[in-house]
Design a protein around this ligand. Structure first.
Ligand code: 2HA
Ligand code: ZN
Length: 284
């Protein structure tokens, strides 16, 4: 039997954390990651007695009984791959909190953002039962752009859609943004979950970004696209030539690539849908 630390899910996570550090998204001990384990992942998990039990208030009911692979508080993504059983662990969510069933050696415990991870999983599973990964990091362009953008979802999202054609295709639900809040608190978790009802990406102003999705690659790609579009936007926004894609251009992209943009973000008043359809017919 393959040891759990050598299983594919653990390898995928350690590749992700190293890649994120290489991109400059996880300085020092920044960032945290979690994944709900599937039956096939659990086959490799030893079922010994819980190593430790912890109490957490207000556990979301739908998470009880689930096994979650999650990074440790204080772990450094640069070298997490060299300390797998210390900097990673598996918890089983219980009605009263969680049991540590694997990892977290040397008295480590789950990330300080554990509550946000549990609530975020519960929320996204309601929308799509394939969503089982939550990734938080400090992608610098996404964070820098939160210093100059208004803190509402439409203001943050639209410029990103306008500067990079793929943006609206990759995140048609847009990006949610919260004003600055204390990390690791119940409040930031609850406000994040509000945003996750409508979209898969949430920026914490002056701090970082989180993504939810099917797998690590999915979340990595979402953040990569936001961060790149934010970089292009900030580099070009003072240039007089810069306007970017219009609402009609964006609508046409959505039609060609068959995505539904977040309601209320685009305005098609200047050109009706029929005309957009004509453009698409001409393209075919
Ligand atoms: O894990 O990034 O938000 C450290 C953090 C807290
Ligand atoms: Zn953070």
């Amino acid at each position: 039997m393959v040891l759990f630390e050598q299983s594919s899910i653990v390898k995928e996570l350690t590749t992700l954390t190293y890649d994120m550090w290489s991109k400059g998204w996880d300085e020092y001990n920044g960032g945290n990651v979690s994944c709900i384990l599937r039956d096939e992942d659990l086959e490799q998990l030893p079922r010994d007695e819980p190593i430790k039990q912890a109490t957490v208030e207000d556990i979301p009911f739908s998470m009880v009984g689930k096994y979650i692979l999650i990074t440790a508080s204080g772990s450094h993504f640069r070298n997490l791959k060299d300390h797998i059983k210390r900097d990673l662990g598996v918890i089983k969510v219980t009605e009263k909190g969680y049991d540590i069933v694997w990892g977290f050696l040397e008295n480590r415990r789950p990330t300080s953002e554990l509550y946000m991870h549990l609530l975020a999983h519960a929320q996204r599973l309601e929308i799509d039962f394939n969503h089982r990964v939550v990734v938080h990091n400090h992608a610098p362009n996404a964070a820098a752009y939160s210093l100059i953008s208004d803190h509402d979802d439409k203001s943050y999202t639209l410029p990103l859609w306008r500067v990079l054609t793929e943006s609206i295709v990759v995140f048609p639900d847009g990006v949610g943004i919260l004003p600055w809040e204390l990390p690791g608190t119940l409040d930031i978790a609850l406000h994040t979950v509000e945003k996750l009802r409508k979209c898969r990406l949430v920026v914490w102003a002056f701090h970082g970004i989180l993504a939810t999705g099917r797998d690590f690659q999915d979340c990595f790609g979402l953040i990569e696209t936001v961060d790149k579009a934010a970089m292009i936007h900030m580099k070009t926004r003072t240039s007089r030539q810069y306007e970017g894609l219009s609402d009609d251009d964006l609508y046409a992209v959505c039609q060609v690539l068959k995505v539904q943009p977040r309601e209320g973000f685009l305005d098609f008043s200047k050109r009706g849908q029929n005309e957009v359809k004509n453009i698409i017919t001409n393209l075919q």
